[in-house]
Design a binder for this molecule. Structure first.
Ligand SMILES: [Zn+2]
Length: 410
């Protein structure tokens, strides 16, 4: 029998978002205001106009999808703008019942002559911390009736960057005029990890992991191997955008060479036809082995359904998304938004989509939600994480009981 869940139940249960980009989640109204202040020209100055021209329902490619970031990054160049957007982002999450998020962004896109990387990340953290403190002071949390909210920050290195992407990257390219571009991209990643060490260890900012973002095609993850080694050796967690535009080999590389604890998207995990290495004779077996490894090591896949449908128009029908098989193979998966604004979605919407398309049983839904908390890069001691997850589970089960949602095992 098909399980049904009310919209209110989905809103009430404690949720996570482990894969969400700050610059892709700015409120459209805020973008318009900030653009006016910073004199950044937008293709339209209305919500409707921007939703029509930039933040679309469907995109033709990942490249087109990434276009909107040009505008959001352009307005996020002052401490005030960064703090405001971070603050609003956190509240947008809390209002729909997200209790834990790990927000990611590429700090180097926001460095300019007036703000260094410390200012960039501290400003974002200030906004997040203020909103979280306010939320945690509400009666339901203070009384202990509901679990409190926490957050962490993931720093994104860019697979590649070009002139005009940010003042920092412009300068970086100019200063390394005679070096190969791939080497320059990697140098910037290494520099980012060095900065992350200072941000975490000296400034106490909850930067927990390194990620690599940007177009996959032509920019393989192993170009950034030393940066991920450095992060690994400094006890940072690693999550890697992989298998979004490339096949299983890019996921394999992310795990074996970049030490990935989680995989962003992983959409093409089962796409044997995308394997390019001629030495892999038995493609089915390769994917099976990779899948077994991911399952057994509990490497979590950050699934972003709406975003995948938007950047891979050939999927056409959500029911053909690899998420179905990921669940059948008992992989550890978590549902994420990727970009609240660029993908026009919320965590609740992603969960509702998954329930509808894949007929999730109450037990499976509960596993997926709880995995988000368990496989998070929680920025506090493990004992605290365990206690927090326990409170979250109790609260979830309380919601399930209150809404009459059975939690029998799948
Ligand atoms: Zn992403």
């Amino acid at each position: 029998m098909r399980a049904t869940y009310s919209a209110e139940f989905i809103r009430r249960i404690p949720k996570t978002d482990l894969h969400v980009h700050l610059d892709g989640s700015i409120r459209v109204s805020t973008l318009i205001e900030l653009a006016r202040e910073a004199r950044v020209a937008l293709p339209s100055e209305t919500d409707e106009g921007l939703n029509h021209l930039v933040f679309k329902d469907c995109y033709n490619s990942l490249e087109e999808y990434l276009q909107g970031f040009k505008y959001t990054v352009a307005v996020l160049q002052t401490p005030e703008a960064l703090e405001r957007v971070a603050y609003e982002f956190a509240w947008d999450n809390f209002r729909e019942g997200v209790r834990y998020f790990e927000v990611r962004f590429a700090p180097q896109l926001h460095i300019n002559a007036r703000q260094n990387i410390e200012t960039v990340v501290e400003s974002v953290n200030r906004g997040l911390a203020r909103a979280t403190k306010e939320f945690n002071e509400t009666e339901a949390i203070r009384s202990g009736a509901e679990p409190e909210a926490h957050y962490a920050i993931i720093a994104c290195a860019m697979r590649a960057f070009f002139k005009g992407m940010s003042e920092y990257y412009n300068a970086f390219l100019e200063l390394h005029r005679f070096s190969k571009h791939k080497r320059i991209y990697h140098l910037a990643s290494l520099e980012l990890v060095q900065a992350m060490i200072k941000l975490r260890d000296e400034l106490g900012i909850p930067v927990v992991a390194l990620d690599i973002a940007g177009p996959e095609a032509g920019f393989p993850p192993h170009d950034h191997e030393d940066a991920f080694d450095l992060a690994h050796h400094n006890f940072f967690k690693k999550t890697v955008h992989a298998g979004e535009a490339y096949g299983p080999e890019s996921i394999f590389e992310a795990i074996t060479r970049l030490h990935a604890d989680r995989i962003g998207h992983g959409y093409h995990l089962f796409s044997t036809e995308l394997i390019t290495d001629a030495s892999i004779r038995d493609r089915e077996r390769y994917v099976r082995n990779l899948c077994e490894y991911i399952a057994d090591r509990r490497i979590t896949i950050e699934v972003c359904l709406t975003s995948n449908l938007q950047t891979n128009p050939q999927i056409a029908d959500i029911r053909r998304h690899a998420f179905q098989r990921m669940c059948e193979e008992r992989l550890s998966v978590t549902l994420c938004t990727d970009n609240r604004t660029v993908s026009k979605t919320t965590v609740s919407r992603e969960i509702a989509l998954a329930i509808e398309a894949f007929d999730l049983s109450p037990g499976l839904l509960r596993d997926i939600i709880i995995y988000g908390f368990k496989r998070s890069f929680f920025p506090r001691p493990y004992r605290e994480k365990r206690a927090y997850v326990r409170r979250v589970i109790d609260f979830y089960d309380g919601c399930a009981a209150a809404w009459g949602v059975g939690i029998q095992r799948r």
